[in-house]
Design a binder for this molecule. Structure first.
Ligand code: NAI
Ligand code: MG
Length: 353
């Protein structure tokens, strides 16, 4: 298992450092893992002026999976768009063609008070949103702003090909097979042809997964249902734009940005794994960042890129145990719990493993 490790900048090196220590602990127990570290984002800009150097791209291409920390910060905001750290992130996602973005929304019982919803609505929440990441209206042509009949007109194109829908559908069905075997496909087929095709193709693909119970929902209703009764869902699959919005809403049901991992997978299950939060420049270098989102991203890597569910479960159970013991980084601290730093949180997870 060759893993490219790209810490990035800001809190990236701190949180990735703890995730790598977790991997090393599993290696001592026999997990055949090798890591190679490379520069991305601000760290790469500082070293060579390019947020995604060729050497980094080469290391990620040869790896079986990529673990990424975070990039960006006010220091780089003066640079032209092409040289900014965030540009390195977009380029690596595109270069690896990781079209299937998995965002779990899990509520840990110990953190229930952090949710914006009532405990009875979110307790036990465990849903997975599968968002198509490299197509849809964000990339469709034609696009632009132009003058027509004496006024400015802005336009974009919502477009999906059959093959693009088919591959994300397969990805979502395979994930549903590993979970509760229920998949809800979200579209707007009542008014948008692109999503009529989406629904047709998802139904065709479903014939290959008879064990998975497939349902369909219009996106406006899905937004309402996520807030009304989110526990009705197991896996949701949707296009890039609807997924962007729904996954942000769903992740915040759990209330804590420092806890949420993500995976972005290509057609062969090779993937890029990263916390959903950014480089948190306000707390970088202070040793207080929450490393759990990154550690949980390692669990997703083991589960989705390497089919190592047992080790993934071990990491997730260790995190639950640490939370149950009352340890909290500052972002999830509540009176009555014990505040710890990044390193101590990593130590606690490794001890719980
Ligand atoms: P952010 O996610 O970096 O921070 C938002 C707030 O959450 C801050 O108060 C921060 O201290 C806190 N926070 C984030 N992660 C945390 C953690 N692990 N533990 C404890 N607290 C945590 O978002 P923000 O401030 O909007 O962006 C900062 C920089 O990060 C920008 O340059 C932005 O472009 C970049 N960014 C990078 C992303 C990535 O690398 N995937 C994603 C989002 C933003
Ligand atoms: Mg978004």
């Amino acid at each position: 298992m060759k893993i490219a490790v790209l810490p990035g900048d800001g809190i990236g090196p701190e949180i990735v450092g703890e995730a790598v220590r977790v991997l090393e602990a599993l290696k001592r127990d026999g997990l055949p893992v090798e890591t190679e570290t490379a520069l991305i984002g601000g760290a790469a800009v500082d070293a060579c002026g390019d947020p995604l150097p060729d050497a980094t791209l080469e290391i990620t291409r040869q790896a079986d999976a990529v673990l990424l920390g975070a990039v960006g910060g006010p220091k780089y905001d003066v640079l032209p768009r092409e040289q900014r750290p965030e540009r390195g992130l977009l380029r690596i996602r595109k270069a690896l063609n990781v079209f299937s973005n998995l965002r779990p929304a899990i509520l840990y019982p110990e953190l229930a008070a952090a949710s914006s919803l009532k405990p009875e609505i979110v307790s036990g929440l465990d849903i997975m949103i599968v968002r198509e990441l490299v197509g849809d209206i964000y990339f469709g042509e034609p696009r632009g702003i132009e003058v027509r009949n004496g006024e400015r007109v802005g336009f974009n194109t919502m477009i999906y090909s059959e093959s693009e829908i088919r591959r994300i559908a397969h990805s979502a069905f395979r994930i549903a097979m590993k979970r509760g075997k229920r998949l809800c496909s979200v579209d707007k087929m009542n008014v948008l042809e692109a999503t009529q095709l989406w629904r047709d193709v998802v139904i065709e693909v479903s014939a290959e997964y008879p064990e998975v119970e497939l349902s369909h929902m219009l996106v406006d209703n899905a937004a309402m249902q996520l807030v009304r009764n989110p526990k009705q869902f197991d896996v949701m699959v949707t296009g890039n734009m609807f997924g962007d919005i729904l996954s942000d809403a769903a992740s915040m049901l759990t209330g804590s940005i420092g806890m949420l991992p993500s995976a972005s997978l290509d057609a062969n299950g090779k993937g890029l794994f990263e916390p959903i939060h950014g480089s948190a420049p306000d707390i970088a270098g202070k040793g207080v960042a929450n490393p759990l989102a990154t550690i949980l991203s390692v669990a997703m890597m083991l589960r989705y890129s390497f089919d190592r569910s047992a080790e993934a479960d071990r990491i997730e159970n260790a995190v639950k145990k640490v939370l149950a013991s009352g340890l909290r980084t500052a972002d999830i601290y509540q009176p009555g719990t014990e505040k710890v730093g990044t390193r101590q949180m990593g130590d606690a997870v490794i001890a719980a493993l």
